[in-house]
Design a protein around this ligand. Sequence first.
Ligand code: PAF
Length: 300
Amino acid sequence: MDRPTDAVPAVVHAPEAFRAACDQARTEGRRVALVPTMGALHVGHLALMAEARRRVGVGGLVAVSVFVNPTQFGPAEDFARYPRELDADVARCATVGVDVVFAPSPREMYPAGDQTRVHVAELAAPMCGVTRPVHFEGVATVVSKLLALTGPCVAIFGRKDYQQLQVISRLARDLFLPVEVVGLPTVREADGLALSSRNRYLSPADRARAAAIPASLRAARALYADGERSTLALLDTVWMGLAGSVDSVDYIELRDAMELTLPINPLSEETRAVLAVALKIGHTRLIDNTVLGEVDVTLD
Ligand code: PAF
């Protein structure tokens, strides 16, 4: 499947055909990278694809999956209205030299009789797992299926979905999957709002309020840089920064960056702690995070 870099990617719907394309590339000695997505692609996704290309080289195969995965949505969530725009997504993929777009139907990914689910226990339980109890099992299951079909040497995700990245890294490690799971920094708008396919749900007024999210994380980072190590003080700064701008809060939490357990208060100098928020503005649920004790090129 040799192609000029600006060519339109091949679009494959059937899992068997997608697997065959990836198998063939590996047989030819090409490295294969996977970028799993639910489509409605934005610049953040394109950065993942560009990194995939960088990692497999010009001769490698960059595969992108576009699949709105039903098993990761709860009954009251936005599965039905999640944006679906495959033609536009394929055109976006062409701009970064993607070779193949895998766009299966739910029936193809979950054929009759499908009954296997991948459950990552502790990492999936807190934070988003509290209000979205089926979410990470759906994510872990579909990502396992995608990795099994693709057989990539590298799979690339965004760090905006920080808990998701930890869940996927752990499942790859626990199942001895021969894939490197890579998390890339969040891509942000000029005012700092993390790019998300769900940002399009925001009205202009709600969009303006959403700038409080990165601002509150920045304020906490500044306090941490000044030497504050009290988790209460750091969390309080985020609460204060969000007050008046958001309609409800799912959580504002500081957790150990690897295990997602509650860190010791005050934070020790060795602790890498993820400061993560999930909240609603209008009807739109947004998440964001930053890791304290680590450079954050997107917020510093
Ligand atoms: O982050 C996403 O877009 C999805 O959760 C993923 C990883 C593609 C699984 O459906």
